[in-house]
Write a protein that binds this ligand. Structure first.
Ligand code: ACO
Length: 325
């Protein structure tokens, strides 16, 4: 017998405050045309001043638990992918644990910026397979708006806030096959030599402030296209799968042009790609579970579909996960 990880429910939450490109153009030297042409983004959601990452995470987690039919007290592992924790410590995951009324198991954050959800899923999958958890919550939650420098128009127009969550359950099988519902494989990478391309210029140990997000956009774009193509191929080859076996690409939503490029390399028509970047912008670790939840609730993603998730973010970090929904 083997223990595998099944995704049994998902949920998401977006703050109510919607900011369009035209709204941004009132305070930043930019335009709706420029933002749409370069990124595909039309609007984003921003958390209010008294709404924290754990608040967004809680709403997404509650919806995922309801969708899965699981009570919060059954959860024995919570992993939150976030770059914008409520506090320097404790982890946002333990605050979420408290809000959910859970007392057992472990809760911690994973910091891999925009790849945070894929990293968190990889960690949870390993812990479930090794018997360390039975029912886990994997969350991507961000208030990335708090790190935006409104004097830097090359970055401040690209991001939004939000949260997404999945419930992952341990299931015993005779042997794992690609046809079974569950996480088939995860693939994570990083290259710290590329830190200067995308980073936040603050931190408890350096400036004692949160700092501002800084990015060399063109170079990040170039690395994203190359690394994402490589990691999706790695995921397919590891499982003897072809491009045509994938039912849905559920990519990190940073930029429509990066997503187009990955879909083209996979020879996937765009109607097989879940796209939310237009309405959500780049929500960092939250973007994949937000896109997944959108796909499921819109009736696009159905039980039994093969999903390929992929992301790249600061670090640089990148990764992919193959999941049979
Ligand atoms: N509005 C209007 N004009 C702008 C803006 C703006 N918001 N920002 C830059 N410009 C101008 C620049 O000043 C420049 O003007 P110039 O030619 O007169 O000097 C011109 O537009 C082109 O600027 P570039 O920086 O060369 O624009 P580029 O085509 O590279 O697009 C972008 C910028 C959208 C940031 C692109 O590089 C990109 O998408 N990079 C990847 C970013 C990304 O996806 N990051 C996320 C991955 S990791 C993560 O999710 C954290």
């Amino acid at each position: 017998m083997k223990t595998i990880s099944q995704l049994i429910g998902c949920g998401s939450y977006l703050p109510q405050n919607v900011v369009t490109n035209d709204d941004l153009a009132k305070k930043v030297d930019t335009s709706d045309e420029w933002i749409i042409a370069r990124t595909g983004i039309k609007q984003r959601h921003f958390a209010s001043d008294d709404e924290y990452t754990s608040d967004l995470a809680l709403k997404a987690a509650q919806r995922a638990l309801e969708h899965a039919g699981v009570d919060g007290t059954e959860i024995d592992l919570i992993v939150v992918g976030t770059t914008t924790p409520d506090r320097t410590f404790p982890a946002t995951a333990v605050r979420l644990q408290k809000h959910l009324g859970c007392r057992t198991g472990a809760a911690f954050d994973v910091q891999a910026v925009c790849s945070g959800f894929v990293y968190a899923l990889a960690v949870v999958d390993s812990m479930i397979q090794s018997g360390q958890a039975k029912t886990a919550l994997v969350v991507g939650a961000e208030t990335i708006s708090r790190l935006l420098n409104w004097k830097d128009r090359t970055t401040c127009v690209l991001f939004g806030d939000g949260a997404g969550a999945v419930v992952v359950k341990a299931v015993e099988v005779e042997e794992q096959t690609n046809g079974q519902a569950g996480i088939i494989s995860t693939h994570i990478h990083s290259d710290g030599n590329l830190e200067e391309l995308l980073y936040c210029d603050g931190g408890p140990s350096t400036t004692q402030t949160a700092g501002y997000l800084t990015m060399a956009g063109k170079e990040v774009f170039r690395h994203a296209v190359t690394n994402l193509a490589a990691v999706v191929n790695e995921a397919l080859e590891a499982n003897n799968l072809q491009d045509s076996d994938i039912d849905w690409l559920v990519p990190h939503q940073a930029n429509k042009r990066i997503i187009d490029s990955t879909a083209k390399k996979l020879k996937m028509p765009m109607d097989k790609v879940i796209l939310t970047v237009e309405d959500h912008a780049n929500t960092s670790a939250a973007s994949i579970p937000l896109a997944l939840d959108h796909g499921v609730r819109e009736g696009l993603i159905k039980r039994g579909d093969l999903l390929l998730m992929e992301a790249m973010g600061g670090g640089l970090t990148w990764g992919a996960a193959l999941v049979r929904w």
